[in-house]
Design a protein around this ligand. Structure first.
Ligand SMILES: [Zn+2]
Length: 65
């Protein structure tokens, strides 16, 4: 499992961008895995990742390598 998600410290949205939030331009940080419960952290993470990927794909159409 690779931790691709970043979380904006300004608006709190998850994103795949590593430099800045695509929604508000705020600073992004790697979310702490401890936020997710031990039992379902991967399920929660995958769910968040999937929703972000769907959203950013439909927003920008940008391709990722
Ligand atoms: Zn933001």
């Amino acid at each position: 499992m690779v931790w691709l998600l970043r979380k904006c410290i300004k608006c709190g949205r998850y994103t795949l961008k590593r430099d800045s939030c695509p929604y508000c331009g705020g600073e992004v940080r790697v979310p702490h895995p401890a936020r997710f419960s031990p039992d379902d952290k991967y399920a929660s993470y995958k769910s968040a990742l999937r929703s972000v990927m769907d959203e950013e794909d439909s927003n920008s159409g940008e391709r990722r390598g």
